[in-house]
Design a binder for this molecule. Structure first.
Ligand code: GAP
Length: 465
């Protein structure tokens, strides 16, 4: 399957690397694929798991004011009535009268805008736009609901209709009382969740940027209404700290887009879209919204259950307000890869058969790298292979994700590991038999040092601390 980004060289190279090296594969490829659906391969799973784990550590377990839940994908449909998703979770759809291709009207408008950031200058109607595929006339815009419908049990009727969740927030609001009662938390506190969500998007594309099935990590941070501004600013700072300190991103590629009045979701008093300069344009990465008490109030009215909070000291009773930082994990994977993908002109390898004109290095932070160490025997013969195999297993046993590689020259093996972002390569050579030391090579500086075999675990523990 070809990527949909033919004119985008950097993106094409990344998509190709992801396929070639086992990060991300086209879904159901042996059956011709399913448009814009992707599967994570062995290295992609490791990278995604590392991002999820570090995010959870950063925003949840390292804090005293955060807890987690893991709610169901299929919830009582009344949840989606109350949240407004059944009525309002839709995108504007237009269809070409000639080729019958369907588009999101707002995306077509954006593509014809003078300057997409300046909302006021955008044309408000898609009536003047022709079909981008065949120049045919487009239909009037109609609203298309993005919820994926299914049925519970053997009978497919209105009474058994249910929906795959389009977001996680509802699972936090519906469990608010359970969490409050079981843990006796005091404001401010947050409930976080990470999980799969489903949206029947009209158009998908740009690799894993927009798909119909994706993972969200988000939390609802419950506060006193009068404190919302300070909490909002604090979460903005934490979001920046996440991207710089954990992902190692360059904030020059980010744009914090303050959504103006009249363009925010109906429940939001303030929203900042965190946008990223992707190779295919400046687009949303994730968001931060002040959702007021809209959701708890709606669920309280619809369920008839009291979702208010009573302050244990003052006895004051009120419905907490909430701030919601939301992150798409797949977009986070994409941005992490883009931020650290580097093609070195002239190559980095020493002169010889392994040298290439352009060599790829994925300079992932150590905590995110799918493979933390690679172990090579200098030759394919005993006793080097045995020693190297044992060393790789020793590293795995203490939790380092480790690859063993004995094929090709050492230069080629370094290059293969640089491409997948492995921070350290360890070579067992003939000198090892004499001095019981191995050569450790650093991915970024390419500096090499000799480390005693008995000290290697401690050495890596320090490097990955
Ligand atoms: N509870 C708030 C919420 O769901 P959202 O902006 O609709 O907010 C959250 O979605 C995040 O999910 C987005 O910021 C984006 O990172 C990601 N996302 C949304 N739609 C997506 C799609 N079709 N494919 C991949 N990621 C998507």
């Amino acid at each position: 399957m070809k990527s949909d980004l033919g004119k985008n060289d950097r993106m094409d190279k990344l998509v190709s690397l992801c396929k070639r090296r086992g990060f991300i594969f086209p879904d159901s490829e042996i059956y011709g694929g399913l448009a814009n659906s992707w599967d994570y391969g062995p290295l992609g799973v490791l990278l995604k798991n590392n991002l999820r784990r570090e995010w959870w550590k950063f925003f949840v377990t390292s804090r005293a004011d955060m807890v987690g839940v893991d709610s169901s994908i299929i919830m009582n449909p009344k949840v989606w009535e109350a949240s407004g998703h059944l009525g309002n979770f839709s995108d504007p759809l237009v269809e070409c009268k000639k080729c019958h291709h369907r588009f999101r009207a707002d995306h077509l408008l954006e593509s014809t805008a003078i300057e997409p950031k300046h909302e006021k200058e955008r044309p408000r109607s898609a009536a003047h736009i022709k079909c981008p595929d065949c120049s045919g006339e487009l239909t009037e815009t109609k609203q298309f609901n993005l919820m994926f419908k299914t049925f519970i049990g053997p009978v497919e009727d209105a009474g058994s209709a249910a929906y795959l969740r389009p977001e996680l927030a509802a699972g936090m609001f519906t469990n608010f009382k359970n969490v409050l009662d079981s843990l006796r938390l005091r404001l401010p506190f947050g409930i976080a969740q990470s999980g799969r969500t489903f949206r029947n998007e009209i158009t998908t594309g740009n690799f894993i940027f927009r798909t119909r099935e994706f993972e969200i990590m988000e939390f609802e941070y419950f506060i006193r209404p009068e404190e919302w501004r300070e909490h909002f600013e604090r979460w903005l700072m934490e979001i920046k700290r996440w991207w710089t300190e954990v992902v190692g991103a360059d904030m020059g590629n980010f744009y914090f887009h303050e959504i103006p009045d009249g363009e925010r979701a109906h429940y939001s008093e303030r929203t900042v879209d965190i946008e990223y300069q992707y190779p295919f344009g400046l687009k949303e990465l994730h968001g931060l919204a002040y959702r007021t008490d809209f959701d708890l109030k709606r669920h309280m009215e619809a369920s008839g259950v009291d979702l208010s909070y009573r302050d244990p000291v003052s006895g004051e009773k009120f419905i907490p307000h909430c701030i919601e930082p939301t992150f798409g994990l797949d977009r986070m994977v994409l941005v992490t890869l883009l931020e650290h993908f580097e093609e070195v002109e002239g190559g980095r390898s020493e002169e010889g058969e392994s040298k290439h004109e352009k060599e790829i290095v994925l300079r992932l932070p150590r905590a995110l790298a799918p493979i933390q160490a690679a172990v090579f025997p200098l030759s394919k013969k005993e006793p080097l292979t045995h020693l190297a195999g044992d060393l790789a297993q020793e590293l795995r046993a203490v939790g380092f994700s480790t690859q063993y590689d004995e094929t090709g020259s050492i230069g080629k093996r370094y290059r293969r590991q640089d491409e997948i972002g492995t921070p350290f390569c360890v070579t067992v050579d003939f000198e090892t038999l004499e001095d019981k030391k191995v050569t450790v090579r650093d991915r970024d500086s390419m500096a090499q040092e000799r480390v005693g075999i008995g000290e290697i675990v401690g050495y890596f523990k320090e490097k990955f601390a």
